[in-house]
Design a protein around this ligand. Sequence first.
Ligand code: UGA
Length: 455
Amino acid sequence: MQITIFGAGYVGLVTAACLSSLGHIVRCVDVSTERISAIQQAKAPFHEPGLNELIRRGLERKTLILATDSAGALTGSALSIIAVGTPQSGDTVDLRFLTSAASSIGRELRKHGSYHVVVVKSTVQPQTTDTFVRQVLERESGMTAGQFGLCMNPEFLREGSAVDDFMNPDRIIVGEWNRKSGDVLMQLYANFGCPKLRTTLRNAELIKYTSNSLLATLISFSNEIAGLCEAMPDSDIETVMDGVHLDRRFATSVSGEAVRPGILHYLRAGCGFGGSCLPKDVNALREFASRVQARTPLLDAVMNVNERRPDQVVGLLQQTAGGVQGKRIALLGLAFKPGTDDLRDSPAISIARRLHQAGAAICAHDPLISVAQVRAGSIDIALRSSVEDVLRGADAAVIATAWPQFRELNWGELVKLMAHPIIIDARNLLNETYFSSDVTYRSVGRGYAVVKEAL
Ligand code: UGA
């Protein structure tokens, strides 16, 4: 099939590269010349395993075509996918890019001779596709919905495993204006064997927000119980959650082997959720709910628990180290989660900001974060290129991103580089067995006698 994708950002570029590798002819349009010229060199503007290779192959085989101009972008194409950003702007969702993409498609539809389906893949609040997007398309094309097709097809890609998630999806949701629109999108996904759910545009929009809100709720639930454990000596969130996970409704066994569903990963404590999706989507759903006069006390609390989490980590550090004023604190990890170089809404950055306000000097190491990124974020953090360098002379260290390679380090030797061997594990990545008794190791969600006494 010939497809046009609007937006070469995270979702658009992964979708374009994957679909082109499956033999479709994909034209990907983005207004940024800088972005498009980097992609022309097979360099994605963000880190995503396997993506550059797919781009390179697509360019070589000419199944991936890049453009900055939308004029003629629909020529020969059966389907347009809108994958532009829908950032949060204050309390609302900024529809600037969506408007611009829908307007371009509408204008192109005027010249387009055959039936064409417009698919919204960007995450949008319920009722956006069948009202806002439809109206822009109708106004610019002079046609009415039905003469062109309209679908909403949310994405469920996780940063760090987006290519694999696209190629092996757990579900495909096809929200459709009418059956004819959905039939074309179903053809695009004909070779994917996963469950496919066809539904209304509004349900499709809501499925996306509900999925991310559920993940956020599980994390905040775990963090709320962790906060409770932190207030009670001799309690430990890891053991509490291990016990909860053993419920046979969570952990089934297949041929005698225990199977742990991936969702259980979200029922673990840490320093909160971040990234470009979970916080934004929970807030957008709350904002939408208030507009239709529905209440969301649970989702309000989910955000409230999350916003407090970095403070609780800093509090644990302050109690353990006897304050942080004038001290040098090493941050291990800056990205919002391992496997990505994304700093957006990262709990590690929130921790750094709070430490900075409390008068600490912060240095950090993250396997994928560059000095330029830290500068762009205008955060006062001295970036170090190795774990050794960041720990050397530090008064305490905070593990803020759960990079698995941190587990493989020789901690016995590394702590010797520190001025004071204090480790705060905000992701519960390690445990006491990594350290000798002269190291003060504190993980989150534990009631330490010292914390209780300090209170
Ligand atoms: C999330 C969803 O998992 C995807 O299904 C969805 O498609 C995507 O948003 C999106 O809307 O585009 P992602 O933002 O890549 O994907 O991140 P997750 O792996 O879900 O992690 C989100 C945050 O929760 C991270 O800050 C992570 O560290 C945190 N987290 C995750 C925890 O604090 N605890 C956990 O147990 C798991």
